[in-house]
Design a protein around this ligand. Structure first.
Ligand SMILES: CC(C)(COP(=O)(O)OP(=O)(O)OC[C@H]1O[C@@H](n2cnc3c(N)ncnc32)[C@H](O)[C@@H]1OP(=O)(O)O)[C@@H](O)C(=O)NCCC(=O)NCCS
Length: 252
């Protein structure tokens, strides 16, 4: 695989569809002792399975770009918990970010600039939960939400939520960035503006965002810290070690 500086690559795995015991055994053989210990700490088998597929996905995806065995990669974290490659050092300019929810794991790659991805499960998220989250939105976002007809509000909550997550994940600082200090604006259903408070010391013009629905159930947001207007997104359904099938994308 090639990852040019004009491309973003997204990989999606559906853990419930990956059940072959031999394949799962091969995935386990890719993990470090620390990762196996971490996996064993999950109480529910479904969470252990998701952890295993996530680790296999990131390792095999990285190895598709660079001649490093999937088992050889080592990962550390920044001060806010964002995973980064710690070995091999300085081999390439690719950045990645992960997100997972029940039934879907995703991993995004970009070259030379930061990327953040978020996937949320529309089925699992109640309106009450979304309304609770909205108290963290910016004053402008809360005002704009209130003006929408009720039937459009759930979708817009999801838009704000996933976009905000993708931004704080691309910055690598998680909730250390106050969610009300940056703001998304919509014109009808189109994202028309992104602004940041001066406290964040960040130029909003250097950001691009995408929203896409997946499998009638999930919503995905992607943030990249790049003003390159020629960026394209390629997406793949991945069964690690077996195949990456290209999937067509429809953006919101
Ligand atoms: C840490 C955080 C990134 C977790 O996000 P999340 O939506 O709960 O979970 P996701 O599945 O999308 O992301 C988890 C992955 O993000 C990555 N991650 C962890 N910390 C990160 C950070 N500081 N920056 C970027 N990525 C990070 C990890 O790869 C992690 O997966 P892993 O532990 O299997 O490696 C952070 O954004 C958070 O705590 N959010 C809380 C959710 C919330 O209240 N959102 C309100 C938005 S309106």
């Amino acid at each position: 695989m090639e990852l040019s500086s004009n491309e973003i690559h997204l990989y999606f795995s559906h853990p419930e569809q990956i059940t072959d015991p031999e394949l799962l055994r091969r995935y386990k053989s890719l993990l470090t002792e620390d990762e196996l210990t971490q996996m064993s700490r999950y109480y529910f088998a479904g969470h252990r399975h998701q952890y295993l597929i996530t680790r296999a996905l990131i390792r095999t995806s990285l190895s598709a770009y660079y001649p490093v065995d999937p088992a050889e990669w080592r990962f550390g974290k920044n001060d806010y918990g964002k995973p980064q490659i710690s070995y091999p050092e300085d081999v390439f300019p690719a950045r990645f970010n992960l997100s997972h929810t029940d039934g879907l794991i995703m991993c995004g790659f970009a070259r030379d600039y930061d990327i953040g991805v978020d996937v949320e499960d529309g089925k699992r998220t109640t309106r009450a939960a979304l309304e609770g989250l909205s108290s963290y939105f910016s004053a402008q976002e809360i005002e704009d939400l209130g003006k929408l007809p009720p039937e459009q509000q759930k979708q817009r909550f999801f838009d704000y939520w996933t976009l905000k997550e993708s931004y704080i994940k691309a910055r690598g600082m998680g909730l250390a960035i106050p969610l009300g200090k940056f703001s998304f604006k919509f014109n009808e259903n189109n994202l028309s503006d992104f602004s940041t408070h001066p406290d964040l010391n960040d130029d909003a013009k250097n950001w691009q965002f995408w929203r896409l629905p997946m499998a009638d159930r999930y919503q995905v947001a992607v943030a990249v810290n790049s003003a390159n207007s020629n960026l394209t997104i390629n997406a793949y359904n991945s069964v690690p070690l077996l195949r990456n099938d290209s999937i067509p994308l429809t953006f919101l």
